[in-house]
Write a new protein. Structure first.
Length: 303
């Protein structure tokens, strides 16, 4: 009997030690995974702004995250935007609460340091404290406002939409007039050699240069991609073999055209096209409302 107890005890200790090792390994690898994802995302964003390779971003370039939340409490739902503030003595962020109809409901200072705002738990805890008891908030999405010397340069829009198989995750860049300046596919599970080709420059770069008006009526055509257009789409703007003038001319001639579908993957092509249109249309509507409220309430932001 004594031997049985000894065996059970040793097995229990071994299991506990194994659990601790596995737990510690998970924490370490998960942190590394999150760090790598953040580094990749930062690199992609800078690339979409035109800074990659030998062209480094200037010190005057700033990226300002704006976080959107769904707020609930007392049987009422609203939308909240956590935005950075400018000026000495500010709390760091302000939480702007809007009704679902876009009307201003109120604002609360949120004391939060920039590096902590990037952490979801830290960010949400600070918001809850600012809102007070009886309120709950759920993260929805974020937008990055890029500025150069304080002037808006572009918006970076992470987004997700249904593909042929599962969801497709992207980051879009649009200029202040909501024309698309770049698209990067971050994650997908489309079929290799078919829908998986959405990651190729000759497809995703077709969205580059589409104006907001052109985007609204953008469709997909099952026609061969013209050779001259493909050469330009696959050209690297930061050191490619095609001159900037030729690139601009060719892109301008196709700016009003529909998207040329991938061979054998029309569904994936339409999924990306409709997804991009939806992200930009919804963002243009929301940023218009937020800008109006910031101006009316005299909330000073760095963008």
């Amino acid at each position: 009997m004594k031997d049985i107890f000894t065996i059970v005890f040793r097995l229990t200790v071994s299991c506990l030690l194994a659990g601790l090792v596995m737990g510690a390994t998970f924490v370490f690898t998960n942190k590394a995974k999150l760090h790598n994802a953040e580094v990749r995302e930062q690199k992609v964003m800078l690339g979409l702004l035109g800074y990659s390779g030998a062209k480094t971003a200037p010190a005057s370039l700033k990226l300002h995250p704006v976080y959107r939340y769904l707020v609930s409490g007392g049987g009422v739902s609203s939308l909240g935007y956590l935005v950075p503030t400018s000026g000495a003595g500010e709390a760091g962020y302000v939480f702007v609460n809007l009704g679902l109809d876009g009307n201003f409901l109120g604002k609360e200072d949120v004391r939060l340091e920039a590096h902590k705002a990037a952490e979801a738990n830290e960010r949400e805890a600070a918001i809850v404290v600012a809102l007070g008891s009886g309120k709950e908030c759920r993260y929805v999405d974020q937008t990055i406002v890029a500025t150069d010397n304080g002037q808006r340069l572009a918006y970076l829009l992470p987004g997700e939409f249904p593909g042929f198989k599962t969801f497709i995750n992207v980051i879009l860049s649009v200029d202040p007039a909501f024309a698309v300046t770049g698209l990067e596919i971050m994650e997908h599970e489309e079929d290799p050699g078919l829908g998986g080709e959405i990651v190729q420059a000759y497809f995703k770069n077709q969205f580059r240069g589409k104006t907001y008006e052109a985007l609204k009526k953008l469709g997909v055509v099952k026609e061969p991609l013209p050779d001259e257009y493909r050469r330009v789409l696959e050209n690297d703007r930061n050191g490619g073999s095609i001159g900037a003038e030729e690139v601009a001319q060719v892109e301008a001639s196709y700016s009003g055209k529909d998207i040329y579908a991938l061979t054998g993957a029309t569904i994936s092509s339409k999924a990306v096209t409709n997804g991009v249109k939806s992200i930009v249309n919804k963002f243009a509507y929301r940023i218009g409302i937020l800008d109006r409220v910031l101006k009316e309430q005299q909330i000073v932001v760095p963008f």
